[in-house]
Design a protein around this ligand. Structure first.
Ligand SMILES: Nc1nc2c(ncn2[C@@H]2O[C@H](COP(=O)(O)OP(=O)(O)OP(=O)(O)O)[C@@H](O)[C@H]2O)c(=O)[nH]1
Length: 471
């Protein structure tokens, strides 16, 4: 019952929202009955994508109601029967063609990743262009006096551009919103990346404000000077939009595009610059296409960052992986040679860790590993290099540290590890340590062999102790 009523509620929201968007589109009416900014089409495609045939009835009702509403605005004197026929034809065309578009897109949206983003974008753009062209041609010929219409060309082009810009600009935002309502659909989930940005980047609101001010200024100048050349400056606003695309989430990019579309439609209507409306609409379409193709770049950067993290840091303990540890240690050794500094290497291993795993399970074992790693790190300096050799064995490279100081650090860690026992209901947790100096001429690998031998001696001597070579 709860599900049914929430489903009915969503259908009502869909109906009201569609009609409101339809009413808004009238502000950009360019030719009789054709607006060059028609956002309800994006809601149609998205609803059909997510709800399939369940959206058809609601959208059909919306199309018929909009025909009656249109009549109340334009008073063309059509009878109720004529309005019903006209509304039904509009609904069949609108729902039928965009429904077919939704079927084509459904599969590709479910398998979208940053690697195939460009091909999905290409498919989306083709579906947008083809479906809007088909709807506008058939719609103009069937619904508005056919070839005899005195405004055939104007109506057709306005209808096509209006539907196309509405679809291009609003569909991603609606997909993101519907995704929240219907999480099981899982569209776009693989490109829900967090962009990598510099700490000193400006906040989203500033970028958005800049774009809106640019739009306000350009539209005012186009109105004031009544100049299509000046209106062309709107293409430059692709720059702040690209800034948003590269540094913000895909959702933020979709919001800014939608906001740009709505504000632009409002400003063109407000200033009454209908003659330049096409320039603004083309700029909007170009901006939308650039936005989608450019999204691949931050998505790939984000993927790259994730891969880099996985390659360099162990997922469980956040210590450097073995490979990353030895690569970085090599660099630090070269630096130490340059400045005639000493380096020490600590190798340590949890005592009888197999027993902890076997008696308490691997999940607790993992928690012990994490806790030991955290304690060891807390005893180190920022400049020390902490790595996981594998299993329960860890490595610490201590720059600018002679062997005696390295032994002291190992001893501190050994004492601190006893705190871990308290965290795990008194399980005995201890570690054995081997410490060795890193001799510049011999490198880190041989220091590791030496320290590892000391660790073995510590194990043989009864564990929970630190061993180092006596020179
Ligand atoms: N929970 C968990 N266990 C791991 C992980 N990696 C390795 N191990 C286990 O850690 C244990 C390592 O045992 P060893 O170091 O060989 O021996 P030990 O029991 O610690 O004995 P000593 O080192 O001689 O004190 C093995 O049982 C591995 O299966 C891990 O990521 N998580």
């Amino acid at each position: 019952m709860g599900l049914t009523s929430s489903g009915a509620m969503r259908q009502c929201v869909l109906l009201v929202l569609w009609l409101l968007l339809w009413r808004l589109s009238v502000v950009m009416e360019y030719a009789p009955h054709a607006s060059i900014w028609f956002p309800p089409v994006a809601l149609t495609l998205t609803a059909l994508l997510f709800l399939g045939w369940r959206a058809c009835i609601t959208l059909t009702v919306a199309c018929v109601l909009s025909t009656f509403w249109e009549e109340s605005i334009y008073m063309t004197g059509r009878s109720i029967q004529e309005l019903l026929v006209s509304g039904s034809l509009f609904a069949m065309l609108h729902v039928g063609v965009y429904g077919a578009g939704a079927v084509v897109l459904r599969k590709s949206l479910a398998h979208i990743t940053s690697y195939n983003l460009y091909s999905v974008v290409m498919r989306f753009l083709l579906v947008c262009a083809a479906s809007t062209l088909l709807v506008s041609v058939v719609g103009t010929l069937v619904l508005y006096d056919g070839l005899a219409s005195a405004t055939l060309k104007e109506t057709l082009i306005a209808w096509w551009i209006g539907d196309m810009s509405g679809l291009l600009v609003m569909a991603p935002l609606f997909v993101a919103l519907f995704q929240r309502w219907y999480p099981s659909r899982n569209f776009l989930s693989d490109i829900a990346f967090v962009p990598i940005v510099h700490a000193n980047d400006f906040p989203y609101s500033v970028k958005l404000l800049l774009t809106m001010l640019g739009l306000l200024f350009t539209s005012f100048a186009a109105y004031y000077f009544d100049s299509p050349e000046i209106a062309c400056f709107v293409f430059f606003l692709a720059m702040p939009q690209m800034w948003i695309v590269y540094t913000e989430s895909p959702f933020h990019a979709a919001v800014s595009l939608a906001l740009f579309g709505f504000t632009m439609a409002g400003l063109v209507a407000f200033w009454g610059i209908d003659t330049q409306a096409y320039i603004f609409q083309f700029a909007l379409c170009v901006m939308a296409c650039s936005t989608y193709f450019s999204m691949a770049v931050p998505a790939l950067i984000s993927d790259n960052h994730k891969l880099h993290q996985q390659a360099h840091y162990d997922g469980l303990t956040q210590a450097h992986t073995r490979q990353s540890f030895f690569n970085t240690a090599e660099q630090l050794t070269k630096q130490a040679a340059r400045y005639h500094e000493s380096l020490s290497l600590i190798v340590f291993d949890i005592d009888k860790f197999k027993h902890i795993n076997d008696s308490l399970g691997h999940i607790v074992g993992d928690d012990v590993l994490k806790a030991v790693a955290q304690i060891a790190r807390s005893e180190c300096r920022e400049s020390d290099l902490f790595g996981r050799f594998g299993g329960d064995e860890f490595l610490i490279l201590l720059p600018n540290t002679p062997l005696e100081s390295g032994v002291k650090v190992a001893e501190q860690i050994r004492l601190a590890v006893s705190q871990v026992s308290a965290q795990f209901d008194g399980i005995e947790v201890s570690c054995s340590f081997g410490v060795a100096p890193v001799l510049i001429a011999e490198g880190v690998e041989s220091a590791f062999e030496l320290a590892d031998r000391q660790l073995l001696m510590a194990k043989r001597a009864g564990r929970n102790q630190v061993k180092w070579p006596q020179f």
